[in-house]
Design a protein. Sequence first.
Length: 382
Amino acid sequence: MDTKGTISSKLPDIGQSIFTTMSKMAVEYNAINLSQGFPNFKVDERLTAIVARLAKEEVHQYLPMSGYPPLVSKIAGLIQKSYNRILQPETEILVTAGATQGIFTTITALVHTDDEVIILDPSYDCYLAPVLLCNAKPIRVTLNDDYTPNWERIEKAVSSKTKLLIINNPHNPTGKIFTESDFIALESLLEEHPNIILLSDEVYEFIAFEHSHISVHSRKKLQNRSIVISSFGKSFHITGWKVGYLITPEYLMKEIKKVHQFLVFSVNSICQVAISEYLDLISVKELGTFYQEKRDYFRKLLEKSRFELMPCEGTYFQVASYAAISDENDIDFCKRLIVEYGVAAIPISTFYADGKDLKLIRFCFAKDNKTLEEAAKRLSII
């Protein structure tokens, strides 16, 4: 007797993510995985030494819901030093189980049935699901082909139902960074529509190159109506720890904490204590230089390939055009890249609601030099 029941999916159009698909294929074909955004080099030994010591100390029980108080205080100090913004640690900072949880919790807490949420494509895939689970409507607005925001197009997408506008800066997957003029346009837009809340995903905030990253933290006109999402995982090469934080005014934080307390309650204790101590030892300003060297090395390795490398202003992702190599759609090209050449990448079309295919793919260069060299060797024979 078949006892299986049937259910009505709340996310019928969402399946396995492209990151999972490509990483699974990379394992199956023993390919070099430049698809998923995680480093493969060793974590700072000073941090692992802290964790090893803490493992024998009394840091294994629940911490306060908002976060380990010394860590929360140091986050406030980091924001003040980086952006000259003064925060109230007790009411404006929340430690989260990674940036994705912070994004999910924020949307769940603030977005209601039939609200509209503007998402700028190409967009990271974690924005869509919580909007749909809230019975709200995602409004996907395509960036220009050079990945600059089209503010006229964004303005036309705003309606009386618009509750939230999501931006990602520095931008994944393209590595683009908002300019001063972009922020002026954003501020003007939000002044005209005072009921819209801004969700700013800034997980790559400390990984910027020739041009400095401009943060919502530094924009006084935006601070009181914004949620800024950050990631220790991205900043300190510890993505598997899943520790991030969000910053927002108290009136928004009260609603976000209502969801957070039932979704997570408190984040991993030993990791919070370790990061708190580690912040005394390092400077986030070094990250940009470190990853710029990685970017430049990877780009140099691919100079003789047939790929055309797009500008990369921040993040640890390099977008490349394969238009001179193949007419295939980008998903099929990425699959063939794994099967025939042993390198995994991400097709950019999967970041668009309509699957827009510009013959572009994304490589992650947060890898050790040996991995980058072997990947480039394989890519250069295509």
